[in-house]
Design a protein around this ligand. Structure first.
Ligand code: AMP
Ligand code: ZN
Length: 306
């Protein structure tokens, strides 16, 4: 599909979701409200993705959609993905500075220099708050976690599968390299079963994250060469431009080293995560089975609303 045709296909699906009142426009690309039905489908996908990991007896963790700025800086988000980042700014000035802020506001001037960086940033991937919470030595029965939450990435787009605010269900494994890689293999078997059960077409492939700039190109290449990231791609807009709905990542010792996490026998921990893009799965379902859930195949609704 040509870039122009792809853009039209993105806008067409988005407009169908608006017309069916499944997504609620806000005036900003990638920032939408969700209807009760949309949310119910998303919660069904989340419940199925969570249940798929229950055999591993994960420790469940819930976090707010923000991380400490110290974590945001430590994980090198600004170095690797500055184009996506969302540090939170706030006002810390005195009365005089406030008058200047209000004057700029009233005159529709840029007021960013009236604001200061706060101690928090919007969470870019919902597994990030898990790792710093594990600093120290893991116990024998620790190392598998499950979490879900909102993520922010500044990638405004008319594509309803590319949002600025979206949720992930993430399963996380922290342990020895063998434990993490074996665990990822188990998920490589589990993920297709879930996607098949909800009637989505897909293929899997090795992939890379969108590292920024020239230095980033090398990091992307090395990530692919080492097969650190696997994606399950759903052809919502055709086979040539499929969209990643699920990914499985091996971080090697990146987070273990950064946050001082060690295995029960005191070795530096490795880690991996499996992330389900929940809005992506929901939108893929509406694209595949139609915007009227009453018309969906029974085999699919049985999985979403068991
Ligand atoms: P990642 O951390 O980039 O591997 O993302 C994990 C999953 O989150 C992906 O497989 C997607 O399903 C989903 N995802 C990533 N970026 C977006 C986005 N901008 N909008 C919606 N879902 C996303
Ligand atoms: Zn993750």
């Amino acid at each position: 599909m040509s870039p122009d045709d792809l853009l039209l296909a993105h806008a067409d699906l988005r407009d169908r979701l608006f017309a069916a009142k499944l997504l609620i426009p806000s005036g900003v690309d990638g920032l939408y409200g969700r209807s009760a039905i949309f949310e119910s489908v998303l919660q069904g996908v989340d419940a199925a993705a969570y249940a798929l990991g229950l055999a591993d007896e994960p420790t469940v963790m819930w976090f707010p959609p923000m991380i400490p700025r110290t974590t945001f800086e430590a994980v090198d988000y600004l170095r690797n993905f500055p184009q996506l980042c969302g540090p939170v700014f706030t006002f810390t000035g005195d009365n005089k500075a406030h008058s200047e802020l209000v004057r700029r506001l009233d005159e529709h001037e840029d007021y960013s220099s009236s604001l200061e960086l706060s101690e928090v940033a919007l969470t870019p991937a919902c597994c990030y708050p898990v790792y710093p919470s594990l600093a120290g030595q893991l116990g024998e029965d620790e190392g598998i976690y499950s979490t879900m939450g909102y993520c922010f990435r500044h990638e405004p787009s008319v594509d309803p599968m590319r949002l600025q605010a979206f949720r992930q269900r993430e399963h996380v494994r922290v342990g020895t390299p063998d434990q993490v890689l074996d665990w990822r293999e188990v998920w490589v078997d589990r993920i297709p079963k879930l996607l098949e059960s909800i009637g989505l077409e897909f293929r899997s492939d090795f992939a890379n994250d969108p590292f920024f700039g020239r230095a980033g190109r090398l990091m992307s290449m090395s990530q692919r060469e080492q097969q650190l990231k696997i994606e399950w791609l759903v052809p919502v807009f055709g086979e040539e431009d499929p969209t990643a709905c699920v990914s499985a990542n091996y971080h090697q010792n990146h987070f273990g080293e950064l946050f001082g996490i060690t295995t029960p026998d005191a070795a530096e921990a490795h880690s991996g995560c499996v992330g389900f893009g929940l809005e992506r799965c929901a939108v893929a379902l509406f694209a595949a089975h139609g915007t009227d859930v009453a018309q969906w195949p029974d085999s699919v609704t049985k999985v979403i609303w068991p």
